[in-house]
Design a protein around this ligand. Structure first.
Ligand code: SAM
Ligand code: 2KA
Ligand code: SF4
Ligand code: MG
Length: 239
């Protein structure tokens, strides 16, 4: 079995973003990413500042159960880019065998067959402010393979920092009108420890984003969200 580089396991907490926002969940965060987003809030997964543990699927599930006890039935797999790791297929299988639902967060740049088995897939293509480029044909194929699954769901989530990002989000929405779409406030203050100040700063940015969407006729069928966990706990890791 292929081992998985694990950066952190934490929870239960609430899912702070996107399609299952507010849901009680555990987090499994893998190490390594094929992107280098300028504003990545999880750069510790790829910049060498923190070292992952290489773990077997059964050990990962054991650690989730040690951390979460009997207080969870949902696990969110994030990173880094979890889609770099074949071994997560076995983790997903073991969790679902126990009746635990699964979600994944990925930018959609790498494919794994286990992706089709995940209950809630969030694909988060990166807008111009990130400095990354979208491969549209690759994204087309990704969404095609995920959107017609029976009881399992897929959504798109674009983080917005400025007007150019908004226009990119409208392009994404027009290309995949049938996929549920979320716009998320970008956090441009990743190093402050002043939670009260950050809260009001991010709420102001959320209000700006809402205003923009209200007046954008290419964005009539989207949901606009803040990162709830950042409002509650600031830039703290592992929450
Ligand atoms: C850290 S990424 C890990 C999963 C995957 N690499 C991805 O980008 O989708 C998880 C989510 O956090 C978002 N994110 C990263 N940095 C952010 C920031 N500074 N403000 C708001 N959202 C951010 C990403 O766009 C993504 O939707
Ligand atoms: N509570 C909480 N919700 C989240 N949603 C997406 C996260 C991520 O880093 O992928 C995240 C996270 O790190 N914490
Ligand atoms: S794709 Fe995700 S983890 Fe990778 S650099 Fe961008 S935000 Fe960070
Ligand atoms: Mg995060």
């Amino acid at each position: 079995m292929k081992k998985v580089p694990v950066l952190e396991i934490f929870g239960p907490t609430i899912q702070g973003e996107g399609m299952v926002i507010g849901r009680k969940t555990m987090f499994l965060r893998t190490g390594g990413c094929d992107y280098r987003c300028s504003w990545c809030d999880s750069a510790f997964t790829w910049d060498g500042s923190q070292k992952p543990d290489l773990l077997e699927a059964s050990d990962i599930v054991e650690r989730l159960e040690m951390e979460g006890g009997s207080f969870f039935n949902h696990v969110t797999i994030s990173g880094g880019n979890p889609a770099l790791h074949e071994g997560l297929g076995e983790v997903n299988r073991l969790l679902q065998e126990k009746g635990i639902q699964t979600a994944v967060e990925t930018q959609g740049s790498f494919w794994q067959e286990w992706m089709t088995e995940i209950d809630d897939v969030t694909i988060s293509p990166k807008p111009p402010s990130s400095g990354m480029k979208t491969n549209w044909e690759q994204l087309d194929a990704y969404i095609r393979r995920l959107k017609d699954r029976d009881t399992k769901k897929v959504s798109l989530k674009v983080v917005i920092f400025d007007d150019t990002d908004l226009s990119y989000a409208a392009d994404v929405h027009e290309r995949y009108p049938e996929v549920e779409m979320f716009l998320q406030t970008g956090n441009d203050e990743l190093s402050t420890a002043d939670d009260q100040w950050l809260l009001s700063h991010l709420l102001t940015r959320y209000e700006w984003l809402v205003e923009q969407v209200l007046h954008a006729n290419r964005l009539n069928d989207v949901k606009v969200l803040p990162q709830l966990h950042t409002l509650l706990w600031g830039n703290k890791q592992g929450v």
